[in-house]
Design a protein around this ligand. Structure first.
Ligand code: PMP
Length: 301
């Protein structure tokens, strides 16, 4: 396998050498922001949307990213080219940087910027064909008026605890409720339910991240004439839906065929889910930033 190069604070270093200080507040306190992005056949899907969310998250926690969005775009493109990738999962991390042991972020001199790009498939292929089984977990979503889900921060303990519960229950994903018992999202994906022509996904204030995949699916659904709504709903609505699916950059669009032991619809990926997934696959290679405007660049390496 060829070497993997990581962008780390203005230089490319080999994966084995990509190390950061134990005094980095991202490490000590989860103080920082991140993004997960995908490149499909040389196209970084909706890169501008991801960068907007990254910079908005940073602004919200008073973390000033020194690079402009244009510079960050160049860094990402360079990282992908350096690793000669055509299809990839990209992780951008901007941590508060190295400070002292206290909480105070203003002791940190400079944010650290890291870009990792590699091949990734979250779920095995057969699960996209069969659909997945999920369970409601006991851990609730962080209250959105305490830590806004719109901030994609390095503090992911809430999601990790949920993932642990799903793993212990022997399923690959969790259904997370908010503090009031309304459906919020999965551990790292948004949830949609389909009933007839109506498709619902929880609004951000319920505790859902405003996912880039979620937004793309909502646009596609509306264009296709579905009655697409951002609305609160309960577990009961999930149980009696015709179809349920999850969306996320890593997970893409994956059908859910069982929730808390209740079979959803016919127990296999439904017509609407497949239709939306098909349309999503049509846009991912064209909507975004092209890394190799001329394919010759790839061959030349
Ligand atoms: N919710 C959470 C908590 C997530 O971490 C993610 C992954 N970024 C999503 C939803 C899906 O968002 P996106 O489609 O932008 O990847």
């Amino acid at each position: 396998m060829s070497e993997q190069w990581i962008y780390l604070n203005k230089e490319f270093v080999k994966k084995e050498d990509a190390k950061v200080s134990v005094y980095d507040h991202g490490f000590l306190y989860g103080d920082g922001v991140f993004e997960g992005i995908r490149m499909y056949d040389g196209n970084v899907f909706r890169l501008e949307h991801h960068l907007e969310r990254l910079y908005d998250s940073a602004h919200s926690i008073m973390l000033k990213i020194k690079q402009t969005k244009e510079e960050m775009t160049d860094i990402i493109v360079e990282t992908l080219k350096k690793n000669k990738l055509q299809d990839a999962y990209i992780r951008i991390v901007v941590s508060r940087g190295v400070g002292n042991l206290g909480l105070d972020p203003f002791t940190c001199k400079e944010p650290q910027v890291i870009v990792i790009a590699e091949s990734l498939a979250l779920f095995p292929k057969h699960l996209y064909e069969s659909g997945i089984d999920i369970v409601t977990v006991a851990s609730r979503r962080n209250r959105s008026d305490v830590l806004s889900p719109k901030v994609k921060s390095l503090n992911y303990l809430n999601n990790i605890l949920v993932k642990i519960e799903a793993n212990l229950a022997g399923v690959s994903e969790a259904l997370m409720l908010n503090d009031q018992g309304y459906v919020a999202e999965g551990s790292a994906d948004n949830i949609f339910i389909v009933k007839g022509n109506v498709i619902k996904t929880p609004p951000g204030y319920v505790g859902a991240l405003e996912g880039i995949t979620r937004n793309a699916i909502m646009e596609i659904a509306r264009k296709k004439g579905y009655d697409m709504r951002e609305e609160t709903f309960t577990r009961h609505d999930v149980y009696v839906a015709d179809e349920v699916f999850l969306t996320g950059t890593a997970a893409e669009v994956i059908a859910v065929v069982k929730v808390d032991g209740r079979v959803i619809g016919e127990g296999k990926p439904g017509k609407t889910t497949n239709e939306l997934l098909g349309a999503f696959r049509n846009i991912v290679t064209v909507d975004g930033v092209s890394v190799y405007p001329s394919k010759r660049d790839v061959q030349a390496g």
